[in-house]
Structures are given as C-alpha cells and as structure tokens.
Design a protein around this ligand. Structure first.
Ligand SMILES: [Zn+2]
Length: 151
C-alpha cells in the first residue's frame, strides 16, 4: 500500500493530477519510505513529502526541496526547504509552508491549462463563419468546417 496525497481538479480528472514531490540535494527523488505496522504482517510505503525528515526508524533521507508535479509531465520550480528555522517542529508542520507554495504552483499550472482550453474554443468559434468559404480553404480544413459554414 502506498500513501501519498494527490490533488485533482474536477475538470481534468486523471489527466492533471498534482502532488508534492520531494527532491534530495542531488536533485533526485527519494524512494518511498517503508513503515512496518506495529502488529506485523504488513506495512505501507509512504511517498508523502512529510516523511523525508532525515529521521530513523525507518531510516530516510532529508528533503532538500519540494516540488509540485503533475501527471501530465509538468513540474513546478523546486522550493527549497528551510531546515534552519524548523526548530523542534516536525517536518509535517514546518514543511507546510513550502508544500503550500508547491500547491500554489500547481494551481497556477491548472489556470494556464484552463486558459488554453478556453483559447482554442474561442478561437474556433470566432474563426468559423469568417474564414472558411467554399474554395478558399484547404481541403483538410474545409472538411471540418463545411457543415457549420454552408448550411
Ligand atoms: Zn498538468
């Protein structure tokens, strides 16, 4: 069982699923951390950024930066984790600010995706009646627009 936190948008479902990824100092992503259950028998793997605090039991690396990632391949800019101001707070508490920046990045990514979706619709509607008269248009394009323009 793998535990993580995933953001989805209603409009895009699985085509744009965001998450906060963890980056190590060398820029690579750490392996999921395996936690044994106390009762034994099964455990689970956690990829959530908050487990990468450099702790032991189980041993895990310390996050250097957090980064928003989307299932479409988009990545946000890495947000460096500030461990010097963390004090005694557990990572899942002091890391929220950094994780929040990543979520903002992903929100902006979705806004851009939205804008493009609207652009292509408006463009198609605007062009429709004006641009394509019989004989003026390349066949490939006319075959798409003919039903709208000529009837
Ligand atoms: Zn995306």
């Amino acid at each position: 069982m793998e535990k993580d936190e995933i953001w989805t948008s209603e409009e895009y479902g699985t085509s744009h699923q965001g998450r906060v990824a963890t980056l190590l100092e060398d820029g690579s992503g750490p392996k999921p951390v395996y936690f044994d259950s106390n009762s034994g028998g099964f455990g689970w793997e956690v990829r959530h950024w908050s487990v990468y605090d450099g702790g032991t039991h189980p041993q895990r690396p310390q996050a250097h930066a957090l980064q928003a990632q989307c299932s479409c391949g988009w990545q946000g800019e890495p947000r460096i984790v500030d461990w010097t101001t963390a004090g005694d707070l557990p990572f899942r508490e002091h890391g929220w600010e950094t994780a929040g920046e990543c979520q903002d990045d992903w929100d902006r990514h979705i806004t851009v995706v939205d804008a493009h979706a609207i652009d292509s619709t408006t463009l198609a509607t605007a062009k429709g009646p004006h641009c394509f008269h019989r004989g003026e248009v390349e066949p490939r394009v006319r075959s798409v627009w003919e039903p709208v323009v000529l009837r």
